[in-house]
Design a protein around this ligand. Structure first.
Ligand SMILES: [Zn+2]
Length: 173
């Protein structure tokens, strides 16, 4: 980081502080040559690694576009989508990594979408998790139902367990 006063090409970090949203770091710096102090705000870039290995910057708009189709005809507003996208970004940034696989972004969408609208969630999950049969839907719906009745033991990122599959198979319909 260049000193803005004497253009010396190095500086010492004397303090750094993350912003509340976790998107940037504010650093207090001191030039070792002229002794000037200055602050920098450095953006923490978050890249998403696509399946083909290409890194693209994380974009809330892309999250929204990915979810919007699943929300068609549902009582979901643009505000809801914006809030969902910021929750997803927060969750992904919490990993503290500069690069995350696109798969993890998809996973981070499932929880907030489930809270937002169960039908949209089922649609999204059916594509994202490649549901192949009615049984996959049944398991997921069963899971939604049980989480509704037992709010205490809720785990939104849970995969359908074999335990539940067994219960479903023997449950009277
Ligand atoms: Zn300087």
């Amino acid at each position: 980081m260049h000193c803005p006063y004497c253009r010396h090409d190095d500086s010492k970090v004397i303090d750094s502080r993350g912003s509340e949203d976790g998107n940037s770091i504010r650093r207090r710096r001191e030039c070792p040559t002229c002794g000037s102090r200055f602050s920098t705000v450095e953006a923490i870039t978050l890249n998403v690694i696509k399946r083909n290995g290409v890194a693209v910057p994380f974009s809330r708009d892309k999250v929204i576009n990915g979810v919007r189709r699943a929300c068609q005809g549902r009582p979901v507003t643009e505000d809801d989508l914006a809030i969902l996208a910021s929750k997803v970004e927060e969750a992904v940034r919490q990993s503290g990594q500069a690069e995350v696989p696109s798969h993890e972004v998809g996973l981070a969408i499932l929880g907030p979408l489930r809270d937002l609208d169960e039908v949209a969630y089922l649609r999204f999950a059916s594509v994202y998790r490649s549901f192949e049969s009615l049984a996959d839907f049944e398991l997921e719906i069963e899971d939604l139902r049980s989480s509704r009745t037992s709010h205490t033991s809720r785990n939104t990122s849970q995969e359908p367990s074999t335990e539940r599959a067994r219960n479903l198979a023997t449950a009277p319909s």
